[in-house]
Design a protein around this ligand. Structure first.
Ligand code: SAH
Ligand code: SF4
Length: 349
């Protein structure tokens, strides 16, 4: 954690920070109110504090504030934000309108080192892990934007960690960020509405089950080791058996389910046999399946199957009593769909 990064600190740490400065811990609570309820991005906005207190506080702590450098709007209303971080690193977040609420998809790393064959983020490699404050601030900035746009920041109800990066490869900072995303004294998202997606880092999945209480989505994308090794190098480290054992051990509160994401790629993982194998793999799990037709991007030598094939794949799973939903990704025309984020914009991105 950066020294005294207020967006990364929890309530106890913030109160202690105030105390250490010789102030009443109440000042810490006031600052948190401004940061997370009023969505302030600087000490200057904290008008219930006197100017002299504000200037005193600003000498001993920082407020991470990611700079929105560009926003793109899709035909379907999805908005993609390009953020520039303090050291110049670029990341993206996506604001997705649903029927009666908004979801924000945030990044956990600039780039990604996992090397999945179908993913544009993988092509740039890993630039660096994000700090907890940078992860939290994406939500703050997008909520603030929504407040300006609709006057109703509370309509942003869901957070998914499905943007750039592998969240469990940046475990400590991500879990610290989740505390301020879900904490009732901070951004106060219901933990039922926060989902972390992983490519399957088994040891960290076990820790997450013990240390946090958010929804888990696992990017499966194949139903045998050979195909998964080809698509996702992480499978050589944690093959399907280990991954599914970790899924079975993952604590699920009442009525919650694990989500399995399965990208459908023509001729690679979309046959009837693949669907049957998938149903067997997941048979002893409380699982729902998101089928995602592969999103295209430049230089990708794979394609999505025709709709007929996708529907047949889904039917096999539904016949086996799975909830299997076809998820057409939003924001494809602006490169905002799953797997299309790359954190650098040219005019035709
Ligand atoms: N690293 C994490 C979260 C970010 S990736 C993970 O892999 O789960 C978010 C999702 O995008 C994953 O489910 C991944 O399988 C999916 N994805 C990546 N490239 C894609 C593409 N070209 N088309 C469709 N989905 C893609
Ligand atoms: Fe990383 Fe996820 Fe993309 Fe794989 S799919 S390269 S884990 S961001």
């Amino acid at each position: 954690m950066a020294l005294n990064d207020l967006k990364a600190m929890d309530m106890g740490e913030t109160e202690q920070w105030a105390k250490d400065l010789g102030l009443d811990p109440y000042r810490g609570r006031q600052v948190r109110h401004w940061l997370f309820k009023e969505l302030a991005v600087s000490f200057n906005e904290m008008t219930s504090l006197s100017k002299s207190v504000r200037s005193f506080l600003s000498d001993s702590a920082c407020i991470t504030s990611c700079l929105i450098t560009q926003i793109k709007i899709s035909r379907d209303g999805t908005r993609k934000f390009l953020f520039q971080l303090e050291d110049g690193a670029l990341i993206e977040s996506v604001l997705i309108p649903e029927r009666d609420h908004f979801t924000v998809c945030i990044s956990s790393q600039a780039g990604c080192s996992m090397g999945c064959r179908f993913c544009l983020t993988a092509k740039q490699g890993l630039t660096r892990n994000l700090k907890a404050g940078e992860i939290v601030d994406q939500v703050v900035q997008v909520r603030r934007f929504l407040k300006g746009m609709t006057g109703s920041p509370e309509h942003l109800t869901n957070v998914v960690l499905m943007g750039m990066g592998e969240p469990l490869a940046n475990y400590e900072e991500v879990v610290r960020a989740l505390r301020n995303i879900t904490g009732s004294d901070a951004l106060n998202f219901s933990n039922r509405r926060v989902t972390l997606s992983t490519s399957g880092l088994v040891p960290q999945m076990k820790r997450l089950g013990e240390e946090a209480c958010v929804n888990l989505a696992v990017s499966l994308n194949a139903s045998d080791d050979e195909t998964r090794n080809f698509l996702m190098p992480v499978n050589r480290r944690y093959p399907l058996k280990e991954l599914l054992d970790a899924c079975r051990a993952f604590p699920l509160p009442n009525r919650r389910m694990l989500t399995f994401e399965y990208i459908l790629i023509s001729g690679i993982n979309d046959s009837d046999e693949d669907a049957l194998k998938l149903s067997k793999l997941l048979s002893r799990l409380r699982a729902k399946i998101n089928l995602i037709p592969l999103n295209p991007h430049h230089g990708l030598d794979m394609s999505a199957p025709p709709m007929e094939r996708i529907l047949q794949f889904q039917k096999i799973l539904v016949d086996k009593h799975f909830t299997a939903i076809i998820r057409k990704s939003k924001g494809q025309d602006i490169g905002a769909a799953c797997g299309q984020l790359r954190g650098q914009w040219t005019n035709n991105t």
